[in-house]
Design a protein around this ligand. Structure first.
Ligand code: TNX
Length: 726
């Protein structure tokens, strides 16, 4: 009964190909946009706000073919078709002048492409990751940006009409294999192309470098280490030689990571028995911190010492950045004799991902881990359930994933969103993350943001109300009922299974947005009233409802601590006055960090800093950057992220006793592809990594920007997307 409406809608949306010719997107109904597979637009197209292009990209989720050849549209903005995996064919506007950066990033169904002669420029990474693109025709002479055709491994023909080679960045076709991809140019112009930067790769002529690429350690490390000492007089290390890895017992994982990094970067043989350069990994209990390390580079190799395997691993992350150097190439040739001595400022550096609102397929979720580990993040927080979905298998309650992991719609995006993680997958994720020293922290919300569970088990809410799964963002007034024993039985069973899957010492219990607006749900409930009476709660100014919430939390905290030895975590709410000693509260609301910090100090609790102003990476980084249309989010600039003071002006005692760490949140109401998680996260996550890892006296905004440039260039080379709106 409950699922019929969404099934009908699903059938409507996916049934049959639908071709549409209209002037503008606003001429189509919401249903037509969602059903369209082939759209021809003939009008003057808008590119800002909820533009024709934003609607094409985000609302026409089934789009396979777009014909813009008759449209008036001189600019296709950055990200115009970012990660549209179904788009197989596009006819570009006949008056197109500019194609923005990442315009077709990861459009991995696109097979052929014809760029009009009117085009003046092709942005950075415009076609990066168009993995099945076979044929490109470039009319005219557009300036072609860095990494424009990165990882277009299926390219077989690039055809040009101009006898004069267009100006191309040296990296525009960096990953082209000249054995399999032909460059077709006007007769007589081969010589010119052969000599031209960017095009010479087609003639098997790798860029001739002007000598060795030498790493400058202080200019390339992010987050910046405590100290970097270069000895310019000592003989440097040549890295493109064979390598031998010698690792102490217990560092087998780090030895494997080291072999991977050296192999990928240097392209040289890596073994445990022979090699010219030696990488030695060992443990040194005299270091100051579990994550501290000392990395020494000499003429003969590299030594990394850590107090624990985690420290050794962070030494390796630093080594990889030294090999990458200024990212002029995948790997440098020479690193000067250097000693890096390093330790983290805060001990939990987290990114939070939300597969509840828009599901993140398992393999994509896994792939997120190595990237965050590069910047020394050590916790991945998974927001596994919310009003819109339940995403984790619970064996005792198969209804949860059967009935609440599939829906149509996230606000105006009328697409089917479905999926959940099995417990076996989560165990695999945990094991994989551990090889990158990342702890996976699960979150199950209570008493709010629980509509998915209530949808499956109406007895979880007051009066057994039947509630549909939410398909829009925002806050629901339907809460778990603290007066019903079933609530505790249910949560207890869920946590019993979670504790077995996630070995993390932490577990997040949500707690946000369940009291404001008022908890009428509880005020009018007979079970809640009976509970209030039993507890002697007589107030009627709404504090009674916060006390009921406290009762619920106290029971769950007790269960989690005594049965599973877990430290509970919560989103901070001002009205919720008492945080249990030792628990972790998350400061998230814009403008309320002072209050959260004082509450943590008062309650002897620990506090995670993720204030919206600095750490909400679901917000756009600038106006007009993705997401262009949202529920009214403010902007969180890169500078705002960087300027977060993790001690919040409180000084050392607070930092020692209360500060837990820093977190960046990637709520996914508006993040409609896995690639866009990276786009929202980076480079703000890199700024946050430095906030969380590096001491204030060694870091600066200018220094960060300088060191960010090679970091981002390397991401481009590796085909990873990020925002450039800073
Ligand atoms: C508020 S942050 C929420 C989330 C939303 C987010 C969107 C928090 C604890 N609650 O449910 O996804 O805003 O930015």
């Amino acid at each position: 009964m409950k699922i019929i409406p969404s099934l009908v809608l699903f059938a409507l949306l996916s049934g049959g190909a639908s071709a549409q010719t209209v002037s503008r997107m606003d001429d189509l109904t919401a249903e037509a946009k969602a059903a369209a597979t082939d759209i021809t637009l003939t009008g003057t197209l808008s590119t800002t706000g909820n533009s024709d292009l934003r609607q094409l990209r985000d609302l026409c989720w089934q789009l396979r073919r777009a014909d813009l050849s008759k449209a008036d549209c001189p600019v296709l903005p950055a990200n115009a078709f970012h990660s549209r995996h179904r788009l197989a064919e596009i006819l570009l506007p006949a008056n197109l002048k500019r194609l923005g950066s990442q315009a077709f990033f990861a459009c991995d169904a696109l097979t052929t492409l014809s760029l009009p002669a009117t085009l003046d420029s092709i942005g950075e990474a415009a076609f990066s990751g168009c993995a099945v693109l076979q044929e490109v025709t470039i009319a005219g002479t557009p300036v072609i940006g860095a990494f424009a055709f990165q990882n277009c491994d299926a390219l077989r023909t690039v055809r040009l009409t101009s006898a004069v080679p267009p100006v191309a960045d040296a990296t525009a076709f960096e990953t082209i294999d000249p054995e399999t991809c032909r460059l077709v140019v006007p007769e007589g112009s081969e010589k010119a192309y052969k000599k031209a930067e960017g095009w010479n790769v087609f003639f098997n002529k790798k860029q001739k470098s002007d000598g060795d690429i030498v790493c400058s350690p202080a200019d390339v490390l992010l987050p910046i280490p405590e100290s970097v000492a270069v000895d310019a007089d000592a003989k440097p290390l040549r890295v493109k030689c064979s390598w031998r890895i010698s690792a102490a017992a217990g560092l087998e994982n780090e030895a494997a990571q080291a072999a991977r990094i050296l192999g990928e970067r240097t392209g040289q043989a890596v073994a445990t028995d022979k090699g010219r350069n030696v990488l030695t990994l060992c443990l040194d209990p005299s270091l100051s911190d579990d994550e501290a390390y000392i990395l020494s580079i000499t003429e003969t190799g590299v030594d990394i010492k850590g107090r624990t395997a985690a420290g050794v691993f962070y030494g390796l992350m630093t080594l990889e950045q030294l090999l990458r150097a200024d990212a002029a190439a995948l790997c440098c040739d020479v690193i000067p004799a250097t000693v890096v001595s390093d330790a983290p400022r805060t001990h939990i550096r987290e990114l939070m991902v939300d597969p509840a609102r828009i599901f993140v397929p398992f393999e994509e979720l896994k792939a997120f881990i190595p990237e965050m580990a590069r910047y020394k993040f050590n916790a991945l927080h998974l927001h596994l359930v919310d009003d819109q979905a339940w995403r984790i298998e619970i064996k005792k309650y198969p209804e949860l994933t059967a009935n609440a992991s599939s829906r149509v719609g996230m606000d105006d995006m009328q697409m089917p969103i479905s999926g959940y993680y099995t417990q076996a997958q989560m165990k695999e994720l945990v094991a994989y993350a551990a090889t990158y020293h990342v702890d996976v922290v699960p979150e199950i919300e209570m008493p709010g943001h629980e509509v998915a569970a209530i949808h499956c088990f109406p007895q979880l809410t007051c009066g057994g109300k039947e509630v549909p799964i939410r398909t829009t963002c925002g806050v629901s007034d339907d809460l778990l009922c603290p007066g019903s024993e079933f609530t505790y039985e249910f949560l207890g069973n869920v946590f019993r299974e979670l504790a077995e899957v996630f070995p993390s010492p932490y577990i997040h219990l949500g707690g946000d947005e369940a009291g404001n607006p008022a908890l009428d749900c509880w005020t009018n409930c007979t079970d809640c009233r009976a509970l209030k009476q039993r507890l002697g709660i007589t107030t009627t100014d709404r504090s009674e409802n916060w006390r009921l919430q406290k009762y619920l939390f106290d029971r769950m905290i007790d269960t989690l601590r005594t049965k599973y030895d877990k430290t509970p975590m919560f989103w901070y709410e001002t009205d919720f006055k008492e945080i249990q000693e030792g628990c972790v509260t998350f400061a998230w609301r814009v403008g309320l960090t002072d209050a959260a910090v004082q509450a943590a100090i008062r309650n002897k609790a620990r506090i995670m800093l993720c204030p919206g102003e600095h750490c909400y990476f679901d917000y756009p980084m600038a106006r007009g950057d993705m997401p262009e249309v949202n529920w009214g989010m403010p902007v969180t600039t890169l500078y705002e992220t960087y300027s977060l003071d993790p001690s919040w002006g409180q000084g050392e005692e607070f930092e020692r006793n209360n500060l837990f760490g820093v977190a960046g949140t990637l709520w996914s109401e508006c993040i409609n592809s896995p690639e866009r998680i990276y786009y929202q996260a980076y480079p703000r996550a890199q700024a946050l990594s430095e906030v969380g890892w590096s001491r204030a006296d060694v870091r600066s905004w200018e220094g960060f920007l300088k060191r960010l440039a090679p970091t981002l260039r390397d991401m481009r080379r590796r085909g990873v997307t990020f925002s450039t709106a800073f």
